[in-house]
Design a protein around this ligand. Structure first.
Ligand code: S6P
Ligand code: ZN
Length: 194
């Protein structure tokens, strides 16, 4: 029988593992449309289709008040000038918020409110916490040289809407330029690639 109290898991912040969870893998080819530079994307896929990130999730129960959580491990790397990043999503249950807790490494979260269009890039790194309110699309970017490992905790019924992002993408793009991390407008980056 399901025991509601046998709920202890172990995680490893260096390896990004979670006991009892088989990590889902996202390789570069699955991120078609995410990166601004189509040519660099095609070249990187052809050159070995690297593992970009894994997510190891725990879904203890699915009631209205329940929580799910997952450990994301986003590897360092770039496609052209743009840092490795997650697909990004809104929650299907739009008002579902999420708390991201940084465990290892250094990066940014791109946040974009679908109601107002307001967007920002917030630091996500070891010992830092980013709160993602409802109605806010979120994407994680690794701007460092080691894996970015984080824990995301969200309502069990949040769900994922990837389609809206696939259509519109995020307004901001995070690139390395002259050895520095820069957050640029996608429209400007696309124009410079033409
Ligand atoms: C789930 C939570 C994270 C992401 C993970 C991968 O609500 O936000 O666990 O699933 O960062 O990102 P994505 O966009 O591929 O789901
Ligand atoms: Zn989420």
């Amino acid at each position: 029988m399901h025991d509601p109290f046998s709920a202890v898991r172990r995680y490893d912040p260096r390896a990004g593992t979670l006991s009892g969870a088989v990590p889902a893998e996202r390789r570069l080819r699955e991120l078609a449309g995410v990166f601004a530079d189509d040519k660099a994307f095609a070249a990187a896929c052809a050159a070995g289709n690297p593992l970009v990130y894994t997510v190891a999730s725990a879904e203890p129960a699915d009631g209205a008040g329940d929580l799910h959580y997952g450990i994301g491990t986003l590897y360092p790397g770039r496609v052209g000038a743009e840092f490795f990043q997650t697909k990004g999503h809104l929650h299907a249950m739009r008002d579902a918020a999420e708390t991201y807790i940084g465990l290892r490494g250094k990066g940014l979260m791109l946040l974009e409110d679908e109601r107002t269009g307001a967007c920002t890039a917030q630091p996500l790194e070891a010992n830092g916490i980013v709160y993602v309110p409802g109605f806010v699309a979120h994407r994680t970017v690794n701007t460092g040289n080691e894996p970015l490992v984080y824990l995301g905790v969200y309502p069990a019924r949040a769900g994922h809407d990837y389609g809206t992002i696939a259509e519109k993408n995020f307004k901001q793009v995070v690139v390395e330029r002259n050895g520095r991390v820069e957050v640029l407008a996608r429209a400007d980056v696309l124009a410079s690639l033409r």
